[in-house]
Design a protein around this ligand. Structure first.
Ligand code: BEZ
Ligand code: FE
Length: 310
């Protein structure tokens, strides 16, 4: 007996999808042809299997159009919609997964998210990225080392670009009350690969949910919260840029991230810090990078940072 999906797919013109795929001309480059072929096939199968009606399709088109209308240089609603559907985390895994026989692995990647800003201020080791006086923040001393994951050697000249939200759950570009570039900074390692700076222990926060991505979350009967995290991009000459986040183990959303970005190896412990008037907590964490060569050998498909502008 034919399954329900089979009977739904066979009752429609069996040649239609092929005719759309075959409409592509000879100048389409091979990768684009392969991806479009597959996209058309999956989209058509999806519509047939679910018997999508004109009204349902139009509602989806309107959702996408609304994403466009809501997006500007401070908000990327299309990316947010992908995030709540797990797509950014999936393409991050596809792009950076390393298949390696070495005992060790480079630090795991995690999604960039929509709140990174180019040209964060360059700061001296030991500086704080907290630019306003925040009484309610848990000041934290973060420190560690950037090393080559295969040799364990320290990496000199590695730049750590770091950013996180204020205790009110907002990034500075979302919040007119924070100074420009608050809670952001770039630090460059010396010969020993070591870094140290002050930041805040981050808090969990809801992703913006007043638009289509928020409506999708509601339709799926989910919450919009991300577990407390700090973002990093680490770049060093000859090494594959690392885009990642570290997550506070104590956060109640660490097992339930609204954008599916948490990996076990990125969960960290904030420890009490004694004798430092500038911080109540300390956070040790080391980053291990893969050289371009190692990344290529291990089958990583993306050997550049996720955005051409990084
Ligand atoms: C973020 O971590 O900044 C983020 C990631 C995905 C969606 C919204 C925010
Ligand atoms: Fe974030």
């Amino acid at each position: 007996m034919a399954s329900e999906a089979q009977s739904q797919t066979t009752k429609y013109d069996p040649n239609f999808t092929r005719s759309v795929v075959n409409s592509m001309g000879p100048k389409v480059p091979p990768r684009l042809r392969k991806v479009l072929d597959s996209l058309i096939q999956h989209l058509h199968d999806f519509a047939r299997e679910n018997e999508i009606t004109v009204d349902e399709w139009m509602a989806a088109v309107e959702l996408l159009n609304e994403c466009g209308r809501m997006s500007d240089d401070k908000r990327n609603e299309g990316q947010l919609l992908c995030d709540v559907l797990g797509l950014e985390s999936l393409v991050d895994e596809i792009t950076y997964k390393m298949v390696t026989e070495a005992n060790d692995l480079p630090t795991a990647t995690a999604i960039l998210g929509p709140f990174w800003r180019k040209d964060a201020p360059k700061r001296q080791m030991g500086d704080s990225i907290v630019m306003n006086k925040i009484e309610d923040g848990d000041h934290t001393f973060m420190y560690g080392q950037v090393t080559d994951y295969t040799t364990g050697e320290p990496i000199e000249g590695a730049e750590l670009d770091v950013w996180h939200t204020a205790p009110n759950g907002l990034y500075e570009q979302q919040d007119p009350d924070q100074p420009d570039m608050n809670l952001r900074g770039r630090f460059t390692t010396g010969k020993d690969g070591k870094f140290w700076f002050y930041c805040l222990r981050p808090t969990s926060y809801p992703i913006p949910f007043d638009g289509p991505a928020g409506r999708m979350i509601q339709l799926m009967d989910r919450h919009p919260y991300r577990p407390a995290h700090i973002h990093f991009i680490i770049k060093a000459p000859g090494y594959k840029p690392l885009v990642t986040q570290i997550f506070d183990r104590r956060d109640k959303y660490v097992t339930n991230d609204s954008v599916f970005a948490v990996k076990d190896s990125l969960i960290v412990d904030f420890l009490p810090r004694n004798g430092d008037p500038k911080a109540e907590f300390e956070l040790p964490y080391d980053f291990k990078l893969a050289s371009f060569e190692q990344a290529k050998k291990s089958g990583v498909s993306g050997t550049t940072a996720p955005s051409a502008s990084l």
